[in-house]
Design a protein around this ligand. Structure first.
Ligand code: FAQ
Length: 353
């Protein structure tokens, strides 16, 4: 690799010395500059950064922040839908919903595992979530008031999640990108089940249609907020896009989601609660109304309708699951002692014989 000059490093995707993980005010030494050049070249060439590769500390911190928030969203996101498992209207619907909620737990685990490759443990991330030091998605602070909310979550929330997450399959950090491939496949199934559920309600009785419409009315705007603040208020987007963690800005993805959702709503026979939605011939995209960013900020501050309930339930589930973690750790310890290690193959032969 060619040596790099100080000028070249200041033009790096890592922006400032601080972003590159150097103490502000100190000149990068030659080794730092060389490592940074290798990192920047890999990002520029669309190569993947892997766990053992050198990376700027700020890149690592940004990934931990985003991946932790993502993982926390998956497991907290189990709560609103799990609320309806016991009241699903048929065995088929119950089986589908149970599978979906389990999938979300799985997504959380892939993401915590991917975050572990950055040198942070799942335990540490969960402690931060429980202490309110890391976020989860604003969307999960809204209540699921009727069965139709399960459909609206599938269609809109999973739909927004996919729109945001498909580009993450091309994220510059390898373990995150690879985790996203499987997650997106499962999310796409989730989105279809929500759409199918809403279609059944929309084509059902008058009361069922009204229930579906009410759910869409309540979930539409919070779903648009999932994409994050508008670009001019997004503190991390510019750097995350330079590092190719994010491939598109918050507003770009939000627009893409609106353009996908509008014809789908028509096909469902439902309306979106925004009188300003209309096709803009010039832009080749839909215009839509103003989002209530005050509501978004309030939810982020902890003042949403269910913030308290969600985090209390999460802490309780963690405490009540302590015995499972202890048992799993005891089992793992037992099976790594020399005596059980030698005993295992014989047992395996007997069982498979
Ligand atoms: N909620 O500078 P930006 C799912 C925060 S998974 C809460 O634009 P960034 C599956 C942000 O952290 C849904 N906080 O931030 C499912 C930052 O705060 P900080 C989760 C938000 O990171 C379905 C500040 O605002 N998906 O739904 C939100 O560049 C059904 C400034 O914002 C992901 O996490 C928000 N909506 O862009 C499960 C995808 N938006 O840290 C169950 C991965 C922003 O400075 C059932 N994440 N903030 O204190 C991302 O793509 C990005 O992190 C964004 C935000 C786009 C969410």
């Amino acid at each position: 690799m060619a040596a790099v000059t100080a000028d070249q490093t200041t033009q790096s995707t890592s922006g400032t010395a601080e972003a590159a993980g150097q103490a502000v005010g100190t000149a990068p030494d030659a080794a730092d500059a060389a490592r940074l050049a290798v990192f920047d070249a890999a990002v520029a060439a669309d190569d993947r950064i892997e766990p053992r590769d050198w990376m700027p500390e700020a890149y690592r911190a940004t990934l931990v922040r985003q991946m932790a928030q993502h993982a926390h969203s998956e497991i907290i996101g189990m709560q609103p839908e799990a609320n309806w498992i016991t009241r699903a209207p048929s065995l088929r619907r119950k089986a589908i919903l149970m599978a979906k909620v389990q999938d979300e737990a799985g997504h959380g685990l892939y993401l915590y595992s991917a975050a572990e490759t950055l040198g942070t443990s799942r335990e540490e991330l969960l402690d931060k979530l429980h202490a309110g030091r890391q976020r989860y998605s604003s969307i999960f602070n809204y209540p699921t008031l009727t069965w139709a909310d399960v459909g609206a979550i599938g269609w809109l929330v999973d739909g927004a999640a996919i729109t945001n997450q498909v580009p993450l399959c091309r994220c510059s950090y390898g373990p995150y990108a690879r985790a996203m491939v499987r997650i997106c496949k499962e999310e796409s199934f989730h989105q279809r089940q929500g759409y199918e559920l809403l279609l059944a309600l929309s084509r059902g009785t008058e009361a069922q249609h009204a229930m579906a419409q009410d759910a869409v009315d309540r979930w539409w705007w919070p779903s648009l907020m999932m994409f994050g603040p508008p670009d001019d208020a997004s503190s991390h987007s510019e750097q995350s896009m330079a590092w190719k963690i994010k491939r598109h800005s918050n507003d770009e993805l939000r627009q893409r989601f609106v353009d996908i959702a509008v014809p789908q709503a028509e096909a469902l026979g439902l309306t979106l609660p925004d009188p300003d939605i209309r096709w803009n011939e010039e832009r080749g995209q839909h215009d839509f109304g103003a989002i209530d960013w005050t509501e978004f900020q309030e939810v982020l501050k902890g003042n949403g309708p269910c913030n308290e309930q969600r985090i209390t339930q999460r802490r309780r589930a963690h405490e009540e699951g302590a015995w499972v973690r202890d048992a799993a750790a005891a089992y793992a310890a037992k099976h790594t002692t020399p005596s059980t290690r030698t005993a295992q193959p014989a047992q395996h032969v007997e069982e498979t014989a």
